[in-house]
Write a protein that binds this ligand. Structure first.
Ligand code: MN3
Length: 203
């Protein structure tokens, strides 16, 4: 089955004032929809057309060469945004708990240190991309990627990712990426991040 745009798990205005309604409408309905449509077009007629997006990205080196860049950008965009909507919540913020809190303490020392690292990686990503927290198979790591590149392409499991493309923040924050990233931590949905870590560890 072709990829489909997932419904947003909350209303478009639910993340106000940190992320504005108009940005959410355009980001979800136009940008993410375009990644879905273009990924479907790029995979049409290949053996990969009915595979889960995670499997497609983990296998990016085996995608036919004439389709690979389009798949990388658009299946990447689909996977990245599908995660992004779910790790935000109108009831977000606060502190991580349980195994996630322990894993963060082990890898970064403190939640504040983790936030600082992810924010810094987002600030220093030149141009468009994502700043990530991933499970690499044995521990947590933080790094950024360019464009719509997914940690899945390196065999890692993304558990938190912040979109630092201008389309994610420009209407409200203009060029102030630092303000957007600072505000973003008010909507982080730690329980979903924790669920994704537990799932990655079981795999
Ligand atoms: Mn985006």
């Amino acid at each position: 089955m072709a990829f489909e745009l997932p419904a947003l798990p909350y209303p478009f205005d639910a993340l106000e004032p940190h992320i504005d309604e108009q940005t959410m409408r355009i980001h979800h309905g136009k940008h993410h929809q375009a990644y879905v449509d273009n990924a479907n077009k790029a995979l049409e007629g290949t053996d990969w057309a009915d595979r889960p997006v995670e499997e497609v990205l983990r296998s990016i080196d085996r995608i036919p060469e004439d389709r690979r860049t389009a798949v990388r950008n658009n299946a990447g965009g689909h996977a990245n945004h599908s995660l992004f909507w779910e790790i935000m919540s109108p009831h977000g913020g606060g502190e991580p708990e349980g195994d996630l809190a322990d894993a963060i303490a082990d890898a970064f020392g403190s939640v504040q240190a983790l936030k600082d690292t992810i924010t810094q990686n987002g600030m220093t990503r030149f141009g468009s991309g994502w700043t990530w927290l991933v499970w690499d198979g044995s521990r947590l790591q933080a790094y950024s990627t360019a464009n719509q590149d997914s940690p899945l392409m390196d065999g890692h499991v993304p558990i938190l990712g912040i979109d630092v493309w201008e389309h994610a923040y420009y209407l409200k924050y203009q060029n102030r990426r630092a303000d957007y990233l600072a505000a973003w931590w008010n909507v982080v949905h730690w329980p979903e991040v924790a669920r994704r870590l537990a799932e990655a560890r079981r795999a």
